[in-house]
Design a protein around this ligand. Structure first.
Ligand SMILES: *Cc1c(COP(=O)(O)O)cnc(C)c1O
Length: 340
């Protein structure tokens, strides 16, 4: 059976680097949305807790309820429907319209748009927003934003930081006027955290770096992270292929000599994006994917019982003209995860 192995040693190595850069464990909120970037929500949540992380970030209410017992503080990025509500939950407010949907007495983090123009309210709406939240009897526990270009070699990172500083000034003034407790301020994802030399926000929301990747372009700081996940496939059958015979859909791979080829139980149906005749892919041991990847199968010039298909998503990201994030998050939830 295909499987995903999760290296606890590598996860702890990454969390140690992140913790040191952020200052301490309380300044790290581990981002576990989308099945912990394809790694397995409960597996990563359990290990992060064991490391001593107390804050998590997820996308939905459902994800938050699954890890409720493991963290003191859970930020939910994109949910408007709450069947029940727990006091460890903090709900991101992405627009003024959603104020009236918030559960009574909820903790709310106001998302502010400082230049990405994706989610969040604008600076000009802050006053209306804070008054609206007070009227609805919810607790404003955070104010945050998201960078659009922290991993790019540009000054936009600094421009957005300046915008967020304005936001902080406005919020602090309003809180003083209304005698409200000051909320937590946070703006950093993985790339933004590592662009700071002296990180001084309340916490950072760290996703991709936890899993061992970062897209920061050199000469930006690229920490020495290690991929946590490796994907393995098991052999279904082996056959002798004679020179001139073709393998797989379209017969695009033609054997140049007599060879052994085996089929393995992994395909694009498992979220391993399809490789075809336009690109070459070699596994970490140097086996080649022969012809097109099928829905549930792929062929290799190997007869090993089990083969590691990848242990570094960057190689595949290059082939598919995408980013490490997409390679790992597409992996099917049905593949068994094993911690090693
Ligand atoms: C996904 C996400 C993050 C994590 O980003 P990484 O680049 O993976 O560290 C942080 N904040 C928000 C709002 C997100 O949606």
């Amino acid at each position: 059976m295909a499987k995903i192995l999760l290296s606890k040693e590598n996860l702890f190595h990454n969390l140690e680097i992140i913790k040191n850069h952020a200052g301490n464990k309380d300044k790290v909120a581990v981002v576990l949305k989308d099945n912990a970037y394809g790694h397995g929500l409960l597996e990563i949540a359990t290990m992060a807790k064991e490391f001593g992380i107390k804050k998590a970030v997820v996308r939905t209410y459902e994800e938050a309820s699954k890890i409720e017992k493991l963290f003191d503080y859970i930020l939910i990025l994109a949910e408007t429907n709450f069947p029940t509500y727990s006091h460890s939950f903090h709900i991101a407010l992405n627009s003024l319209e959603n104020i009236s949907n918030l559960p009574k007495d909820a903790n709310v983090h106001i998302k502010v748009d400082t230049g990405m123009h994706r989610n969040g309210i604008s600076k000009d709406e802050l006053e209306e927003c804070i008054h609206g939240l007070c009227k609805n009897n919810v607790n404003i526990t955070g104010v945050f934003t998201h960078h659009r270009s922290a991993d790019e070699l540009s000054t936009e990172f600094y421009w957005q930081n300046e915008n967020f500083k304005d936001v902080k000034r406005i919020v602090v003034n309003l809180c003083e006027k209304l005698s409200l407790a000051l909320p937590k301020f946070h703006s950093c994802n993985s790339s933004a955290l590592f662009r700071h030399n002296h990180f001084d926000e309340d916490f950072a929301r760290v996703g991709i770096a936890t899993y061992g990747y970062i897209e920061n372009k050199k000469p930006l700081r690229v920490p020495d992270l290690k991929p946590v996940l490796s994907l393995w496939a098991s052999k279904i059958s082996t056959r002798k292929i004679t020179k001139g015979q073709a393998i797989g859909y379209g017969g695009t791979y033609i054997a140049k000599e007599d060879m052994i080829a085996s089929t393995y139980d992994l395909g694009y149906g498992d979220g391993f994006l399809r490789i075809n005749e336009k690109n070459k892919y070699f596994t970490p041991k140097g086996y080649k994917i022969l012809g097109r990847v099928s829905m549930d199968n792929l062929s290799l010039n190997s007869d090993d019982k089990e083969v590691c298909i990848f242990d570094d998503a960057n190689d595949l990201a290059k082939i598919h003209d995408t980013i490490s994030y997409e390679i790992i998050t597409t992996l099917s939830t049905q593949i068994p995860r094993q911690i090693v």
